[in-house]
Design a protein around this ligand. Structure first.
Ligand code: FES
Ligand SMILES: [Fe+2]
Length: 416
């Protein structure tokens, strides 16, 4: 995808209603997608790239993406993380071709230019030619041909990288409210339990909306409601940071009777009292946090979702690929000091989420249902007035305010 300057984008005006209407072209237009790569992912943004626990040893590396730009994160022997764009300074090939591993030098396969853990060029074959013939001119300076370096900062085991040198600190970017809730899940050393990934034929922002959307959670996800994991009448709400770009959606149990009452006689198909699980151990949950929540779904702009559902913990990394395609990478984790029983519960409950998860398989499909239906109606718009028209934090789950907050911040960054 080529980058686009602001002048190349000629979208029609945004609907006069503002962020209660999202023009469908925002999910299609290649020029908007290209501008997102520059202004959001390669702009003044801290992008989640992984967990420290994924690269625990000196010289460990992880290859991933910021937006659709391939990058590599490395760890040096002092435990400091470095990041660079995974594009050879010679003629542009991918340098690191494995997703994870351990090596002190990263060598491009094409002509074997070699880089250190910081992305500095440290080896050039036949640099001086052979027998006085060929090679690079005498003024060739390896220091001018390092890989494009990124800023890297960590917060409690989460690694973020940025293309911007003049960006605020990661702590400030997250803000106190988001840090408070991240601390709930990341105050102990984590251990990676496994991965799941899925490829979704829809625009990445449909998923950014989805994880800020408590409205659908008790309606689309039959399993959620039927077995009492999440119901609209639960306690909870949405909390945004001051910029509205991030969101924390939390839900906790009130009384079973109140929850049932909210559904009774309302013809809501997801409430089916007669169903039981043949193997109820799936939902056997252990209390482990001071603040007990059934759902902790935290969206950190632009591409991270942190989740706790019952005892299953995961990061979800949104990786845009094309205007109408993204990949979703689930990294399941527990804590280093988990006992065997708790670890087994986490792994069993991993069945709740991921591509085939009992309460998340519908999300990817819902995004595709939108993408398929809007293909010829790009000047039409979605309607986002549930819970009103504001974008304030709410102490209830019957609202789309965090979706409006996302779009307000997005419009500002994108100048749309
Ligand atoms: S493109 Fe990497 S060494 Fe030539
Ligand atoms: Fe969902």
């Amino acid at each position: 995808m080529n980058t686009a300057s602001a002048e190349q984008i000629t979208p029609g005006p945004w609907p006069v209603e503002g962020v209660t209407r999202i023009p469908y072209r925002a999910f299609f237009d290649p020029a908007i997608y290209a501008q997102e790569q520059e202004r959001i992912f390669r702009g003044h943004t801290w992008n989640y790239v992984g967990l420290e626990a994924e690269i625990p040893n000196a010289a460990d590396f992880k290859a991933t993406f910021i937006g659709d730009t391939p990058i590599v994160i490395t760890r040096n022997k002092e435990g400091v993380f470095h990041g660079f764009v995974n594009r050879c300074a010679h003629r542009g090939a991918i340098v690191c071709r494995e997703p994870r591993g351990n090596r002190l030098r990263h060598q491009c396969v094409y002509h074997q230019w070699t880089y250190d853990l910081q992305g500095n060029l440290v080896g050039v074959p036949f640099r001086g030619g052979v027998a006085g013939k060929g090679g690079y001119p005498s003024d060739f300076q390896p220091a001018e041909h390092s890989l494009r370096k990124l800023r890297v900062e960590t917060y409690k085991g989460l690694i973020f990288a940025s293309f911007a040198d003049d960006i605020e600190s990661l702590e400030d970017y997250l803000g106190p409210d988001m840090r408070h809730w991240l601390d709930r899940l990341f105050s102990r050393p984590v251990q990676v339990l496994g991965y799941a990934r899925q490829y979704i034929h829809a625009n990445w922002k449909l998923y950014a909306e989805n994880t800020r959307d408590p409205y659908h959670a008790s309606l689309l996800h039959l399993f959620h409601t039927t077995f009492g994991i999440y119901r609209a009448a639960m306690g909870g709400g949405v909390i945004m940071d001051d910029t509205k770009r991030h969101d924390m959606l939390r839900a906790f149990r009130i009384s079973e009777a109140q929850e049932k009452e909210a559904y009774r006689g309302k013809d809501i198909r997801t409430y089916q009292e007669q169903y039981t699980l043949a193997d109820p151990s799936l939902l056997h949950t252990r209390k482990e946090f001071d603040v007990e929540l059934t759902n902790h779904i935290q969206s950190i702009f632009p591409c991270l979702v942190v989740q706790q559902i019952q005892n299953t913990l995961a990061t979800r990394h949104i990786l845009p690929k094309k205007p109408d395609e993204f990949e979703l990478l689930f990294t399941f984790f527990g804590y280093e000091n988990d006992d065997a029983e708790l670890r087994a519960i986490r792994i069993k409950q991993a069945n709740l989420v991921g591509p085939a998860g009992y309460i998340s398989m519908e999300d990817g499909h819902a995004a595709e249902l939108v993408q398929q239906a809007i293909v010829r109606d790009q000047e039409s718009a979605s309607f986002i007035e549930f819970g009103g028209r504001n974008m304030e934090s709410e102490e209830n789950l019957l609202t789309e305010s965090a979706i409006r907050g996302f779009w307000q911040y997005y419009r500002g960054v994108m100048n749309l």
